[in-house]
Write a protein that binds this ligand. Sequence first.
Ligand SMILES: Nc1ncnc2c1ncn2[C@@H]1O[C@H](COP(=O)(O)OP(=O)(O)O)[C@@H](O)[C@H]1O
Ligand SMILES: N[C@@H](CCC(=O)OP(=O)(O)O)C(=O)O
Length: 373
Amino acid sequence: MTERNEVAVARRWVVKVGSALLTDDGRGLDEGVIARLVAQLAGLRQRGCEVVLVSSGAVAAGVVRLGWSSRPSALHDLQAAAAVGQSVLVQSYENAFKAYDIATAQVLLGHDDVIARDRYLNARGTLGTLLGLGVMPIVNENDTVVTDEIRFGDNDTLAALVANLIDADALLLLTDQQGLFNADPRHDPAAELVRQCDVHAPELDGMAGEGGALGRGGMVTKLRAARLAARSGTETVIASGREADIVERVTAGEDVGTWLRTGKRPQNARKQWLAGMVRVPGSVELDDGAVRVLRESGRSLLPVGVRGVQGNFQRGDMVACRDGSGREVARGLINYSAEEARRLQGQPSSAIEGILGYRGDDELIHRDNLVVL
Ligand SMILES: Nc1ncnc2c1ncn2[C@@H]1O[C@H](COP(=O)(O)OP(=O)(O)O)[C@@H](O)[C@H]1O
Ligand SMILES: N[C@@H](CCC(=O)OP(=O)(O)O)C(=O)O
């Protein structure tokens, strides 16, 4: 068993492909790279893994499709290019995945979708459903509407947030270098590849440099992304998308690229992250049965087990769950507003539609979004 076994056991993957790799030295999409990548991702799926693809390349593809000679600098031109190029990009992927009988889904996310908790739950639900359906989600930033202040800019950060969102076991950042070197190899020919390191090791900060002409963030954002991904216990590997069979080799646990180790089990880390959320605008009081079920069987909280609702909160807010004596037994992200929760308390989930007039989630708080204290 190699040390990379912790990577090889990963079943849920986020694979991110950067512009530097995809875009044929700025001349548009490199269809050869896309075809090879898609073949490998189809293979990963065949081996029983779930995959979400985060792909850059919209702006570069749009610039070429519009017949422009270089990447513009004005925001609206960049957004127009992204809108045009995104169609080209997903069309290329859809064509390529079709050969493997895999349907694709375009998922465009912005900052609010992964930070605001109601949208967070929606994005999480949709991605989970797509994975369950065997579809390949292809994620990019919603470049057309984001403004400078709130854009991720680089897709490394977006990929890490997607990894948090779906509790990915591992994140693979494919770029144009073999991995993270101890200095930028473009400027230092003696630079050596870091094969593995604790993701939080401070010495990594001095090694990671800026990106090239095409990519946006360089290794700085890849390192930051690996640290973000570690919050949900996700292991990160940075590797070269130019190397043959790279996806297969990384996912099989071969010692290739740079492995940034989290050193923590996924579930614990995600729960720690949830537990660390500071704003708790309300609480629900549970009956004894619900307290027992949460404590002993780690199940979801259903409306039927709730006796009272305090405070004012929205869907997606963190809410404390208290026992009859007011002691906090758990906390989690709630699926309904305070006003709705008040109407649902004590009721069976089958009554939700009749009470609210729409069919929401069966659970008040799903067990994946619940931390028992
Ligand atoms: N320590 C380092 N090790 C490897 N690459 C580095 C390092 N520091 C900076 N880089 C640069 O980061 C670039 C990859 O990032 P980037 O251009 O943003 O690509 P992508 O589009 O794949 O995200 C590499 O081409 C490399 O020149
Ligand atoms: N959303 C942008 C990608 C931003 C970008 O270049 O990211 P990356 O190459 O991953 O650093 C696009 O599709 O053009």
